[in-house]
Write a protein that binds this ligand. Structure first.
Ligand code: SAM
Length: 228
């Protein structure tokens, strides 16, 4: 089996297993630290009137629901795990959630004003990230906004990232996925290579907010102009 397929199966199986526990344990954005919450508020303001917005790797849908509460009128979620999508549909029946992979998004070219990938790209092996970032670029309209946020590694670490292979989480449930913690600069470089213009980048150290080093990247698909 090709490596990229086996990673998708491991992610899907792991999140199907932990979906209910994850939905019960992970707080909604309204209970995040102010910096993390503020980054989502910035994104919501940027994409509020920009057309359809995808929350890619939406998990139980809490972030998509938060964006909707913040005025993002046309937001939907996509996730590899049917277990996660079921959680999202039960909790937020007024929002659309579909099963799909960020490696081949079920969205036509240029259809979206915004893409959010929140805590969801770190399971993608580094060699597959150009495919994923290419998908984000393909589905965005020119001028569309990308917010990518999640675990990152040391800035001067290996460009392929530190690898974590937890065997259990969310109350002792079994996991088979891998997490890749890439240096923030490497993520920024890959976004640029995919055709994005990086507009802002923030790194939060573990402590008051996220438990691991956390990177947030705002980028746009160029449209010949610049500005919000
Ligand atoms: C840590 S959870 C984050 C969920 C949600 N974004 C949140 O912040 O609560 C990671 C999610 O990304 C999804 N995911 C990972 N790789 C994916 C892929 N290739 N395509 C779609 N979803 C993916 C997983 O199924 C899982 O639901």
């Amino acid at each position: 089996m090709p490596e990229f397929l086996s990673h998708l199966l491991a992610v899907q199986e792991s999140y199907d297993t932990v979906a209910a526990a994850y939905a019960g344990m992970v707080p909604p954005p309204s209970r995040l630290d102010p910096v993390s919450r503020g980054m989502l508020d910035v994104f919501a303001e940027a994409v509020g009137n920009a057309g359809a917005v995808a929350d890619v790797g939406c998990g139980p849908g809490k972030v998509a629901a938060y964006l909707a509460e913040r005025g993002v009128a046309d937001v939907f979620g996509v996730d590899l795990s049917l277990g996660m999508v079921d959680q999202a549909r039960q909790a937020y029946p007024h929002l659309p959630f579909v099963v799909g992979s960020m490696t081949a998004l079920p969205v036509s070219d240029g259809a979206l004003g915004g893409v959010l990938a929140y805590y969801s790209t770190h399971h993608t092996p580094p060699e597959e990230l150009p495919l994923v970032f290419g998908e984000f670029h393909r589905v965005l309209t020119p001028g569309g906004h990308l917010m990518l946020a999640g675990h990152v590694g040391d800035e001067d670490g290996d460009s392929d990232g530190e690898r974590l292979r937890p065997t259990e989480a969310y109350g002792g449930l079994p996991l088979s996925y891998t997490s890749y913690l890439l240096p923030p600069g490497r993520i920024a470089e890959l976004l640029g290579q995919a055709g994005f213009v990086l507009t802002a980048r923030l790194t939060q150290e573990p402590g008051e907010g996220p438990q691991r080093r956390f990177g947030t990247f705002f980028a746009r698909k160029p449209d010949g102009s610049y500005g919000w």
